[in-house]
Design a protein around this ligand. Structure first.
Ligand SMILES: Cc1ncc(COP(=O)(O)O)c(C=O)c1O
Length: 296
């Protein structure tokens, strides 16, 4: 069987990523675009569109608008998943030979970039729930104890990585953790791959997004926790602890010179869709249903 034949197959259920569920939850504007003649939308980096790193063009304009709306200094779309943007964020924080403090449940993309760049990962342990077998979210006391055990003079520690929510869906209160790191002048990168919607869905008593909790760098996987196409992602940044030029250079190092216009449009539409009142109320209903399933 060819890949294309497999992709045409009907499944009984699709309880896997991407979260749009085989198109069922794709934003309306993206569906409209996809209904055009096949391939019509596949355009190169034309000046009118630009790329995530351009100063002008539609992508730059949308990224600026989103940053202003959500209280970030800037944001960049990505077409190589959260993995690609996490890797750019890591090399924006640390130079070869420097160290980053990170929990043992970091995503494999972090380990790969540390290996490639000779960045030293300093792992810390996490509390494990004997009931579920899953790691518990980090508390302020837990992180304070981690800091107490670290010899900050031994290696040049230049930042901290946190994963929130975890792969299994647990989230904690990030603000006190980020505050603790900031008091040591350490920037914080939060892998919020599974919690993009925290930033766009208010009044549901969801965990506060890392961006609202003052993280310096926040990564969203838009195909995992919004309704973007596979590979779509976004990086948000704020504060002054991470050098903006380092960040732009790092994204430039790892980004393709031909980002897919379809994926970039999907980045934009998946975030815009959560600002549209009608779609937002649908997503809010789903979230409330999920909460009630969890409770029962
Ligand atoms: C916690 C976490 N971060 C990052 C990623 C990478 O996301 P992406 O598939 O968008 O590259 C994953 C993927 O499973 C993940 O579980």
């Amino acid at each position: 069987m060819s890949i294309s034949s497999f992709l045409s197959k009907k499944f009984l259920k699709s309880l896997f990523f991407p979260a749009h569920n085989r198109g069922a939850a794709l934003p309306r504007k993206l569906v409209k675009l996809l209904k055009k003649q096949p391939g019509y939308w596949d355009l190169p980096e034309l000046p009118e569109i630009g790329s995530p790193l351009s100063q002008s063009g539609l992508i730059a304009k949308t990224q600026r608008e989103f940053s202003m709306k959500f209280g970030a200094k800037g944001c960049f779309f990505g077409v190589n998943g959260a993995s690609g943007l996490i890797q750019s964020a890591v090399i924006a924080m640390a130079k070869p030979g420097e160290a980053i403090l990170m929990p043992r449940n970091v995503h494999i993309s972090v380990i790969k970039i540390c290996a490639m760049q000779n960045i030293h990962p300093i792992f810390f342990d996490l509390d494990l729930s004997s009931e579920t077998g899953h790691y518990k979210p980090i508390t302020k006391i837990w992180l304070e104890n981690v800091f107490k055990k670290i010899n900050f003079n031994e290696k040049k520690i230049v930042g901290v990585i946190l994963v929130n929510p975890t792969y299994q869906g647990y989230a904690g209160d990030l603000e006190p953790l980020i505050d603790l790191c900031h008091r040591k002048n350490l920037p914080v990168l939060v892998d919020e791959a599974h919690g993009s919607y925290f930033l766009f869905c208010e009044n549901l008593n969801l965990p506060k997004s890392a961006l609202v909790s003052n993280a310096d760098l926040v990564i969203h996987s838009l195909h995992k926790s919004l309704n973007g196409l596979t590979q779509t992602a976004a990086l948000w940044y704020k504060g002054n602890l991470v050098n903006e030029h380092n960040l732009i250079n790092s994204i430039n190092l790892l980004q393709t010179t031909s980002p897919s216009s379809l994926l970039l449009s999907s980045c934009e539409e998946s975030i815009k869709d959560w600002q549209n009142k009608n779609s937002l109320s649908k997503y809010q209903k789903r979230i409330l249903e999920a909460k009630s399933i969890y409770k029962n």
